[in-house]
Design a protein around this ligand. Structure first.
Ligand SMILES: Cc1ncc(COP(=O)(O)O)c(C=O)c1O
Length: 406
């Protein structure tokens, strides 16, 4: 006799990643150009890899402190203080990836039934994590504004403030945003922070793309506006971050968070029971990345900036416009999230693009129902590869004039 052996109901209800669903259809096929994941196409620089190799050769194979190596916490405090307001290593916790930092924050702050407001479309992990805690998510959708000189994703601030009702537990906000590249302004931050303060709402800022910003004034350190610039010490603001995007270290699984002092003791317990610590040799590589990695960031911004402009110019050209594509120029992150007018099944379209055109893109519906009708293209790539990708999309649309739903 078979008994149904099942996980908790909220876990069963989690959505499987639609980006994966498309990628599974094309991974391992040498003829597919993959732009589906949010990952740079360059390996981590040598000077970072060398430190990890040396640490392993020196026998660094042991547990470290729950909050991370003191040297790394110190380096991150100096780094954060340079970008934002002064902070202390005592408020920094090193984590085994950015996504692990997000999960820890959810475990730390979200009760079952808590109302959590999320600005969408959004990277699926951020939408699903509150569900693991049985929290109730309410979404506020960015809008594609087509009235200006260029289309752009915009936040309706009043709609967000209306959603942040008294009793709301937290606002989860990712800026620069994955998938749209939308980047919050300082003025919006000030209004949101004042509102959250008034109602005792936690602000959870996912800052992993804070360094990937374009169109910054020359001579200024490249960084998106952050709540860490304006928050009082020890108020209800937490920031999560990662080594993945700034220092080309996706596979290393290293992140950190900056939290009020009063949370640290409980956070330490959670880190102990989740991962106990990040690997020591990885953390040592993290120290050199933070201390000597500014050049990588400058190089990456210059590279992605060209890639962004190239992709934007192509997708805004008459051919693609006539095909119904509305392409906004992202202000940050590494994705162009374009809409195809009339398209109602981005998942099916992305699967057809893989099968028929050898082009791997991420379906907009992976980022919530608000993303349906759009497609995400990760432009962290060489111009040569992007050019090939654009040609494939063009050929596909020429050969499939009815590819889109009428
Ligand atoms: C918005 C956002 N937050 C967090 C992460 C987590 O990065 P990681 O877990 O690689 O540190 C990602 C990765 O794609 C992301 O897009």
């Amino acid at each position: 006799m078979s008994h149904a052996v099942q996980s908790r109901a909220p876990i069963q209800a989690l959505r499987a990643s639609r980006i994966r669903e498309v990628a599974n259809a094309g991974m391992g096929r040498a003829d597919v150009l993959p732009f589906w994941f949010g990952e740079p196409d360059e390996v981590t620089p040598d000077f970072i890899r060398d430190v990890a190799k040396q640490a392993l050769d020196d026998g660094d194979t042991f547990y470290t402190q729950n909050f991370g190596l003191p040297a790394l916490r110190e380096a991150l405090a100096v780094y954060s203080s340079r970008l934002h307001q002064p902070t202390d290593a005592a408020n920094i916790a090193v984590t085994s990836s950015g996504v692990s930092a997000l999960m820890l924050i959810a475990q730390l702050l979200m009760n079952p039934g808590d109302r959590v407001v999320i600005v969408t479309p959004l990277w699926p992990n951020l939408v699903e994590i509150p569900k693991i805690m049985n929290a109730e998510s309410v979404t506020v959708s960015l809008k594609l504004d087509t009235t200006g000189a260029e289309p752009s994703w915009e936040l309706d601030l009043n709609e967000l403030l209306d959603a942040l009702t008294p009793g709301t537990r937290a606002l989860l906000l990712n800026s620069p945003n994955n998938p749209t590249g939308w980047t919050i302004t300082r003025e919006q931050q000030q209004i949101i922070l004042a509102h959250c303060r008034k109602h005792g709402i936690w602000l959870m800022a996912d800052d992993v793309y804070e360094r990937l910003v374009y169109d910054q004034t020359a001579g200024h350190i490249a960084c998106a506006p952050s709540f860490l610039d304006i928050a009082e010490p020890d108020e209800r603001v937490v920031s999560t971050n990662s080594f993945s995007k700034s220092w080309l270290m996706t596979g290393w699984r290293l992140g950190w968070m900056q939290v009020p002092t009063s949370l640290m003791a409980d956070l330490g317990k959670l880190i102990e029971y989740n991962t106990s610590c990040a690997p020591g040799f990885v953390q040592k590589a993290g120290v050199v990345a933070v201390e000597r990695g500014e050049e990588i960031i400058t190089h990456t911004i210059a590279r992605y900036s060209k890639a962004r402009d190239y992709l934007f110019d192509q997708l805004s050209s008459p051919f693609f416009r006539d095909a119904g594509i509305i392409a906004p120029r992202p202000k940050g992150a590494m994705y162009l999230f374009f809409r195809i007018q009339g398209e109602q099944d981005s998942l099916a379209l992305c699967k057809r693009l893989v099968a028929d055109a050898g082009l791997g893109l991420a379906p907009g519906s992976a980022f919530g129902p608000e993303g349906e009708g759009a497609i995400r293209w990760c432009f962290a790539s060489s111009l040569e590869r992007l050019t090939l990708g654009v040609q494939r999309l063009e050929n596909f649309l020429k050969n499939h004039p009815t590819a889109r739903q009428p």
